[in-house]
Design a protein around this ligand. Structure first.
Ligand SMILES: Nc1ncnc2c1ncn2[C@@H]1O[C@H](COP(=O)(O)OP(=O)(O)OP(=O)(O)O)[C@@H](O)[C@H]1O
Ligand SMILES: [Mg+2]
Length: 224
């Protein structure tokens, strides 16, 4: 028996209802990511990359097929257990970053640490500051999100997603607003981490930094 994958999608199909008829987004998609594996996903705008991440995060349900995270099939869980699995196992940094507007950068990370119910290492503040330093943001720790640049806010969102050392990090174009040098440094930090990572990017050079490369084409995931 092999080890339990960090993520397994089998036969996943997803459509969205719309006035003009159903929109087919994903059709019979299979995907497996091993524990600790780093994978990139590339594909045209509107091809379904963000939809795929939302399905893995349990924020959307597939029409058919199964989504399994750490060996647990999401459809078998109730809302509370699914939310708990997400909090405990999955870090999510989405395209539209979701920081709490009235908390500072540091407090946003501390809040994420509190949510997991246990702090695995240092006290929350030290861990938050260490993450900010890794992303080159020590000097912005006390800034509220509206006083951060777009790229700084994205990096804080990534620090929030990584705060609890999730088993799986889902990152949706989180370095899109960064210059090449900063983006390279941020990706270094992410690829250095022990957890499995699936990151979406429009930049082929960034996608090529990992061995496991996927593309979304014609509603399916293919290796590239
Ligand atoms: N909640 C929804 N209701 C209806 N249609 C949706 C919904 N969410 C996404 N779509 C449609 O599904 C398709 C895939 O969207 P998705 O956001 O997954 O694309 P994407 O590959 O992430 O694109 P981008 O690179 O622009 O971020 C698009 O055509 C989009 O309009
Ligand atoms: Mg998207």
């Amino acid at each position: 028996m092999g080890e339990t994958p960090a993520v397994a999608l089998r036969g996943v199909t997803k459509t969205f209802p719309s006035a003009g008829g159903a929109i087919d987004v994903l059709h019979d998609v299979d995907l497996i990511i091993a524990p600790g594996q780093k994978a990139s996903l590339i594909g045209p705008s509107g091809s379904g990359k963000s939809t795929l991440l939302s399905l893995i995060a349990g924020l959307l349900r597939p029409d058919c097929g199964t989504v399994t995270v750490g060996g647990v099939e999401l459809a078998r869980l109730g809302d509370t257990d699914r939310a708990r699995l997400r909090a405990d196992h999955i870090g999510i940094a989405l395209q539209s970053e979701n920081l709490i507007p009235f908390l500072s950068a540091r407090e946003n990370i501390e809040l994420a640490l509190g949510f997991a119910g246990s702090i695995k290492h240092e006290p929350a503040r030290e861990r938050a500051d260490a993450l900010l330093e890794r992303f080159g943001l020590s000097h912005r720790a006390d800034h509220k999100p509206r006083h951060l640049s777009g790229g700084e806010a994205q990096r804080v969102a990534l620090a929030v997603a990584m705060a609890n050392e999730p088993a799986l990090l889902l990152a949706d174009e989180v370095v899109a607003a960064l210059d090449d040098e900063t983006a390279g440094h941020v990706v270094d930090q992410v690829l250095d981490a022990p957890f499995a990572v699936l990151y979406v990017t429009h930049d082929p050079a960034l996608a090529d930094r990992v061995e496991h490369r996927f593309q979304l084409r014609n509603h399916r995931i293919e290796p590239r």
